[in-house]
Design a protein around this ligand. Structure first.
Ligand code: AMP
Ligand code: SF4
Length: 469
């Protein structure tokens, strides 16, 4: 059995650049493009070849960085990080990149993912005398690298990476080099680009477009890349395994303009909508998507079904910056912060409401009620991914089975619970067809939260598919 991992469970964004005189500013723009991957905190560490400098804080990238900060962040190399709000420990100590200084050199780590055996490794490290400063799983890797006695950093890193189990994309900065590593199954996205002569690395390619960089290639599963003034060198720390890119990156997390493992996110979502319309058609007057992540799938559903796509719901784009939330009393009176129905579009209509996923079911319930209050005659909910029945151990905040509506209810029961006229989900085959265009190019996906087939388990690193009994 996989053990339930408690504690930090985060989806984050990493960015790095080597060989650019404005490394800190470029990283700021890169993090801006990755802001959707984490809003709790942001940080940048730079290297000028001799020392590492850090600036980080809680909040959005724009809140953490002001113009003055950049004059202190000199250097030709940088790594940056945006952090997702966590359920467990938060606070500035866990905001990344984590920076460790020592007489033999400093090291900054930016990580997206989850080290499943972090708790066990922490115990071992503490018994050997390490004093860990944060509750972040990322710190474990730093200690594993540091305690390794190999003469070269790359060899120490390879040993350390072989000890950790889970899903991870790392960008690590030392004074004279940057290192980039991806877990043996490639669960998390990570790409390399070029900006002039500089190398850039990012969780998502949308950050390359914003800074004017060109995509070079994906970081491969089990690959450790070293970037320095001598160029780029690659080695492996794990055998080549089939890739299992996280399906939820396509379904919900990544930006539509990003390409993950050679597949554009918007295009894959549109195909999810097309597959969904083929599998679960319904007679209706309009198709609408829950902004922003479901718009692409709604366009696909409308195209395939021939039912017109309409803007039936509007998102207030400033909601993330609002500190005064309505009280329960005001909420009950109908004060909504995030989404509003477009009455003129849905009034008197049979509406197909496309959402990318249902986790706990609270969002769908609220939106169905909202559309009905705005006059919708019928609301047919179509979900552009299969039912989420299993928790994620690989860094996405899909918490415990008890909270997952689909783990505890049939589709008919979900329909009753959210007050819809009908509910249908995309099949797992439909999801795979929408994402995997060519098995020789983008290979497989992880769909464990839908199927329970975990590609990596805590006791067997990236070797066989783990099937939950
Ligand atoms: P819920 O109300 O819990 O069912 O939330 C479902 C909505 O949250 C979906 O419409 C998604 O857009 C979004 N979502 C899906 N997965 C996650 C996640 N892991 N963390 C936060 N939001 C998510
Ligand atoms: Fe992504 Fe789900 Fe796999 Fe987690 S279990 S990595 S959310 S597909």
């Amino acid at each position: 059995m996989l053990t339930e991992i408690k504690g930090l469970n985060e989806e984050c964004g990493v960015f790095g650049i080597w060989g650019h005189e404005k490394a800190a500013e470029i990283t700021y723009y890169g993090l801006h493009a990755l802001q959707h991957r984490g809003q709790e905190g942001a940080g940048v560490v730079t290297s000028d070849g001799e020392t590492l400098k850090v600036h980080k804080g809680l909040g959005l990238v724009n809140d953490v960085f002001k113009q003055a900060e950049f004059s202190d962040l000199s250097g030709h190399a940088a790594v940056g990080h945006v952090r997702y709000p966590t359920q467990g420990d938060g606070g500035i100590d866990n905001v990344q990149p984590l920076l460790f200084r020592s007489q033999t050199g400093s090291m900054a780590l930016a990580h997206n993912g989850n080290i499943m055996n972090a708790y066990k490794l922490r115990g071992e490290l503490e018994r050997e005398g390490s004093i860990l400063q944060t509750t972040s799983d990322t710190e474990v890797l730093a200690h594993l690298i540091k305690r390794n006695r190999k003469t070269s950093t790359v060899e120490s890193m390879k040993d350390a990476l072989q000890e950790i189990i889970g899903a991870y994309a790392f960008a690590i900065l030392k004074e004279d080099k940057m290192y980039v590593a991806l877990d043996p199954r490639g669960l998390r996205p990570l790409s390399i680009g070029k900006l002039g002569d500089a190398y850039v690395v990012s969780s998502e390619t949308c950050a390359f477009d914003i800074i004017g960089a060109t995509f070079e290639r994906e970081v491969l599963p089990g690959e450790l890349i070293t970037i320095s003034d001598d160029g780029i060198e690659t080695t492996r720390f794990a055998l080549r395994e089939p890739r299992n890119m996280c399906a939820m990156e396509y379904v919900y997390f990544s930006r539509p303009d990003s390409d993950l493992n050679h597949v554009n996110v918007h295009a894959s979502r549109k195909r999810m909508g097309i597959e969904l319309a083929k599998e679960s058609p319904v007679e209706a007057d309009v198709v609408t998507g829950v902004p922003d992540s479901s718009i692409s799938a709604a366009i696909g559903y409308a195209e395939q079904s021939g039912i017109p796509y309409e803007l039936g719901l509007i998102k207030n784009r400033y909601v993330g910056r609002t500190f005064i939330q309505p009280s329960q009393e005001l909420r009950e009176q109908g004060v909504k912060m995030k989404l509003s129905p477009v009455r003129g579009i849905v009034d008197g209509k049979r509406v197909v409401m496309i959402d990318d996923s249902i986790v706990r079911g609270t969002t769908s319930k609220r939106i169905v009620r909202m559309l009905k209050e705005a006059g919708a005659k019928e609301v047919h909910v179509r979900i552009a991914s299969p039912p989420i029945e299993n928790p994620c151990y690989y860094g996405i905040d899909i918490s415990t089975r008890e909270e997952l509506i689909a783990a505890n209810n049939s589709v008919d029961e979900i329909c009753d619970l959210i007050g819809a006229d009908s509910v249908a989900y995309l099949s797992t085959d439909g999801l795979e067809n929408a994402i995997v265009k060519d098995k020789t190019i983008n290979q497989g996906i992880c769909n464990a939260c839908f199927t329970g087939n975990y590609p990596v388990s805590e006791d067997k690193q990236a070797s066989i598919s783990y099937t939950r009994s």
